[in-house]
Design a protein around this ligand. Sequence first.
Ligand SMILES: [Ca+2]
Length: 282
Amino acid sequence: MRTVRMLSVLLVLVLAMAGCGRHYYYYYVPSGDDGGEEETVEPQDGEEEEDAPGEETGTDAVLPEEVLLITGPAEDAEFMPGDELIVEWASSPDVATVAIQLMRSGSVLLETTEATESDGEETWDIPADINDGNEAYNRYQIRMTVLDPKGYVGYALSEYFTIGVAEEDDSGLSDVVVASTSITITVIDSGALIDDDTVDILLNGEAVISGLILVGPPGMDIPLELDSGDNTVEIYAVNEGTTPPNTATLLISDVTEGEAEQEWHLSAGETGSLVVTAEPGS
Ligand SMILES: [Ca+2]
């Protein structure tokens, strides 16, 4: 019996030791995984992955910030089609000439046709139709490539920024530039059918005239005192008269750019708008 008991004790000890061993073993498994994570912090892998989606121009290395750094547009800056886009950068004196591209989703949308001297700033007008069929994706980047490298070959990318989607204005109204801050607009109901179309006219969000029943030629003159720079003129259609839609001719004085004679077509409850930019002395 004693032998059997001793064997039992021995067996328990062996099992316990095996258990300890197994526990020890499992403890080291996560330790081994930690070692595997080193892969994700290898800097060279990360850089190569950033290069891959870029446009192939033959200069496929990301330049260090001290060589070329795009400082504008700022991260998450918001633009609209037609806005000015100011590209700003800082570069090493050895970087004389760069090419600039506007990128969306890895594709080039706009680029400088000539090399740009490295003066640190370039202004672009964002085309009105930039979103053409791609409204869903509005994250953009500027990419600059060193063209005449003196020891540096590569490119830099800006932070991401957005270009929003312009609301479609099919009112018939369009933006103008005028040479004075004191202008006159004239509204004239269609000579063929004067049917009591009624509108409110607003300047920079404030009513200039409300419930105006449009009259036939020569129409009604409305003086407007503009701010210097951009002003928004809105026409709100109160009704459509007896014959849809609400339509009339708009004459604008002192126009230097754009259409001095326009015609709007609005449904009842709809607002048409135009930007009137006052540039006195222009
Ligand atoms: Ca009408």
